[in-house]
Design a protein around this ligand. Structure first.
Ligand code: ADP
Ligand code: MG
Ligand code: MG
Length: 883
């Protein structure tokens, strides 16, 4: 079989689409040759060879030898040289290159083929002895470290010693003589370390380098990188062997890297750097300060070093021309590597360039407007998750960072504020107009209010799925969680960090994008939602089928979600409306009531508050659908947790602490997640559901009257497993609707549906759909109940599961499509059998996760619902999954 593909001289055996076989670098080198661009000739050894090499116990098949010879002869023919021939010297580079660009692989070896003899030939050939010996010493350094496995530091030391002895600062100050002496020392060192001489035979050198590239596929760094980035081992790597061109042949030679557009701003202007008389990675290695390629960039940077445009105008013009051709050809911003040898330009690499989220937006929109790509392609060019970076304030990248600790980047964005240690302090200070950061060991549902008013949240315990992390992401608040080296002492009101003590009122900044905690205030960049962002969103909206709603119950969240383009509320969690001020008091009265009559009396106090909440939500949503979920959590969540609090609450309520304690104990559950919650509450206490339904209907009537149009609320019954449960609750809701209609003389249209969040509900969805008018897949609970894993307790072991390769992704972050997804699919299908026009949606964290959204499109859901800050992400992901 064919293991080697040649390229060069305006032709190539491979092409850009052969990426899998030739790796990214090889495929693009071939493509550039076919385009007629100046590329030093060479050949690519395929990724299949890599796999074969491992299958055969790190040996090459016999027929490979002949193919390698033929390919070397091909380079020789194109260049008019011969590998290993001192009379007619051909030197090569050996470059690794897999399908995905992969740090951790073997570094490139340049100038291969040099030895004590050929270096003399190179010197006379080029008429530049200094260049020849500089190349040879580079080769010994590179080859010894990447192929022979010696520590590169030992060569640095020899070089530094020599420079000190000779009184030179820069490598470029050394003469041919100096380098020749240093080479002697290098070779002695190799002999000493390896007890064998530095290989002189060019073929031995070549085989060694090829073997080293393939071996590096299985080195520890590469294996870890692959695991982190989901790159299969079976992809293998390719090896590129290519004729050398020299950027270190004096003042008319140079080497550089460039982007066809600015990778950090997206500006449509060539952007790059180069060094005169340099080779390979010198530009990025930071040995000397690189120079700007264009005159415009040089002026903008205020640099006094000449631009390539000025210094080598001819080479510059060909480079500009080629970079435009490549961008047009690939229809994407390119990242280019080039070398100029005595005034002649050579292209050494092209690939799609990495860019910031901001640049990605600008480039996609510009290219669509230039007609280079379609609007749909532009939409597909943006990673939906990257929008997160754009929706929140971020720390100015040029700002000074005084880091006092690091935790997990739990929720993106940066925030500055005064330290507070409790929810109450947060509320007090923020109502006095101060900005605060809530600092806790970990948060619990009681902290919701404090989290709401805080600019950001910092916890010292808990992972990416801890309460603080999940709630903060939902609120779109920056959060750093699990900053384990910080010590919070709530009693004394101190935060200890790196030996410094911070107190309430001291200013800190958290960066939820990196997990850093910083001392003091730091300059921020504000999000930009118009311009390119708006254009991409508009094009996404044209392309998508699914609607995007939001999970919101506060007015601020609802408004924010609308401004991000939400098309309704998919989940309004009413329990969050019962914590504020007077409400929690009435709620507790209701819970403490001994009789239905007393319960109804307490509920009557909650009714007007609940009604006004709904009224405002309906007004903000202006006729868009609003799904309101009946009370879901177990009642004990509303009762005091500590003895101290209990005394206080009892006194406030005017009941004995004994009674409150008894009730709290009676409500205690061993497993509240699977306890007395959801529709089970409505079955036990129908009057709670009735009050909520009445509030919904009365608000709908009033909102409708004000707006002059019919408001059609959607009431959602949580945690249904049995159709009869649902019917029981629905009958009560229907009765309330009937009375409100009679009382107001208005017709009310409404839907009653359920969450599908128990496996039984998915399995019996056809029966449930006979009475339920819509389903919303509550995949948070459905994941808990399908896996039998409590989300609140998962943090302590899920990460371990990931590390050990048992699960790839946290199923609470990205939907487990094979398992939980199968239940969603089943529920959707079954629901449609008995109610073909049933409305289907998803709520919960997965509604904002691109991979999960793609799955929702596939099973034909009508909408996804997610937290406000995820709305743009969901709009984009929904569009991409429809395209
Ligand atoms: P990486 O994947 O790390 O970018 P490359 O294989 O692209 O490694 O090599 C790094 C650099 O080495 C190139 O950017 C180029 O400057 C130099 N280089 C590689 N091959 C050659 C060659 N044949 N002639 C001159 N320079 C080369
Ligand atoms: Mg490169
Ligand atoms: Mg639920």
């Amino acid at each position: 079989s064919k293991w080697v593909y040649t390229f060069g001289d305006n032709a190539a055996e491979g092409r850009a689409s052969d990426r899998n076989l030739l790796g990214g670098k090889g495929a693009n080198l071939a493509e550039m040759c076919s385009l007629g661009l100046p590329v030093p000739p060479g050949f690519t050894i395929t990724t299949e060879m890599c796999n074969r090499y491992y299958a055969d116990g790190r040996r090459f098949p016999e027929e490979f030898d002949a193919q390698l010879d033929a390919a070397l002869a091909y380079i020789g023919k194109v260049t008019g040289r011969r590998f290993g021939d001192p009379e007619n010297l051909l030197l090569v580079s050996v470059r690794s290159g897999s399908r995905a660009s992969m740090p951790g692989m073997m570094d490139t070896v340049l100038n291969l083929g040099l030895n004590d003899k050929t270096v003399v030939a190179l010197a006379s050939d080029s008429g530049d002895a200094r260049f020849a010996y500089d190349s040879y010493r580079r080769f010994i350094q590179m080859y010894s470290s990447v192929v022979l496995g010696l520590d590169h530091e030992i060569f640095e030391e020899i070089l530094e010693d020599a420079k000190a002895r000779l009184g030179h600062d820069l490598d470029t100050d050394l003469s041919a003589e100096d380098w020749r002496d240093i080479i002697g020392l290098y070779k002695e060192k190799v002999q000493e370390e390896l007890e064998s001489p530095f290989p002189q035979d060019p073929r031995e050198q070549l085989w060694g380098a090829i073997g080293a590239v393939f071996s590096s596929w299985m080195n520890q760094r590469a294996i870890i990188y692959r695991r982190l980035h989901d790159i299969p081992e079976s992809w293998g790597t390719a090896v590129n062997v290519q004729a050398m061109v020299f950027g270190n042949m004096g003042e008319t030679s140079a080497t550089g890297v460039a982007f066809t557009r600015n990778p950090s701003t997206g500006e449509n202007a060539l952007y790059g750097e180069f060094l005169v008389n340099a080779q390979g990675e010198d530009v990025v290695a930071g040995i000397r300060t690189p120079q700007n390629i264009t005159e415009a960039a040089r002026i903008a940077a205020g640099s006094d070093k000449s631009s390539l445009e000025k210094l080598m105008p001819d080479a510059f013009r060909s480079f500009v021309d080629i970079s435009q051709r490549l961008e047009n050809h690939y229809r994407d911003m390119q990242d280019l590597e080039f070398t100029i040898e005595r005034g002649k330009l050579w292209m050494l690499q092209t690939r799609s360039g990495k860019r910031t989220a901001k640049a990605a937006l600008k480039i996609a929109v510009d290219m669509a407007q230039e007609g280079l790509i379609t609007k749909q392609e532009a939409v597909c060019r943006i990673d939906p998750l990257s929008l997160d970076q754009l929706l929140h304030p971020t720390i100015d990248p040029t700002a000074q960072r005084n880091v006092i600790g690091t935790g997990l980047p739990a929720s993106p964005g940066a925030a500055t504020g005064e330290i507070v240690f409790s929810s109450e302090e947060a509320e007090e200070m923020s109502s006095a107009g101060r900005k605060v950061i809530l600092v806790r060991v970990e948060t619990s549902p009681e902290d919701i209010q404090g989290m709401h008013v805080a600019q950001g949240i910092l916890t010292t315990r808990g992972g990416m799925t801890s309460h603080a992390a999940v709630v903060a992401r939902g609120m779109g608040k920056p959060c750093v969680s699990g900053a384990g080296l910080l010590r919070v002492d709530c009693r004394n009101g101190t935060l200890m960090a790196l030996g410094q003590t911070f107190r309430k009122g001291d200013i800190i900044t958290i960066d939820g994008g990196s997990g850093q905690v910083l001392k003091g205030a730091v300059p921020m960049l504000q999000p930009e939602l118009s311009g390119d962002f708006a254009a991409i969103m508009e094009w996404a909206d044209e392309a998508r089928r699914m609607k995007v709603r939001t999970n919101a119950e506060t007015l601020a969240d609802a408004r924010m979600a609308r401004s991000f383009g939400a098309e309704g509320i998919g989940l309004c969690r009413t329990e969050h409306m019962f914590f504020d001020g007077q409400r929690i008091v009435s709620m507790r009265e209701m819970i403490l009531a001994d009789t239905e009559k007393d319960r109804r009396a307490a509920l009557a106090k909650l009714l007007p508050m609940q009604r006004s909440d709904f009224l405002e939500l309906f007004e903000i949503m202006a006729g868009l659908p609003v799904t309101i979920r009946l009370l879901d959590p177990p009642l004990h969540e509303f009762l005091p947790k500590t003895e101290e609090e209990l005394e206080e609450v009892a006194e406030d309520m005017g009941v004995s602490s004994e009674k409150l304690r008894q009730r709290t104990e009676a409500l205690h559950e061993f497993n509240p997640m699977l306890g007395h919650r959801g529709c089970r509450l409505a079955v036990t206490y129908p009057e709670i559901a009735e009050m909520q339904a009445r509030a919904v209907f009365e608000a709908a009537v009033e909102a409708g009257r004000k707006a002059g149009k019919l408001i059609v609320p959607e009431i959602m019954v949580p945690l249904v497993g049995l159709r009869r449960e649902f019917d029981f609750v629905k009958t009560r809701i229907d009765a309330v609707a009937q009375s409100v209609m009679e009382e107001t003389g208005m017709t009310i249209e409404y839907l009653v549906g359920t969450m599908i969040e128990l496996p039984r509900a998915a399995i019996r969805a056809d029966h449930i759909a006979e009475s339920a008018e819509f389903f919303s897949f509550g995949t948070n609970d459905l994941t808990q109940t399908t896996f039998g894993i409590s989300r609140d307790d998962a943090a302590s072991f899920i990460e371990n599961y990931q590390k050990k390769g048992i699960i790839e992704q946290d199923p609470f972050v990205s939907l487990d499509i094979e398992g939980v997804g199968e239940l969603v699919r089943l529920g959707a299908q079954k629901g449609k059998t008995t109610r073909p026009d049933i409305k289907l949606g998803i709520c919960g964290e997965h509604g904002g996760d691109p991979a999960s959204i793609c799955f929702c499109e596939e099973v034909g859901l009508d909408y996804v619902s997610c937290s406000p800050f995820r709305v743009p992400i969901a709009r984009l992901a929904a569009a991409q999954s429809a395209i």
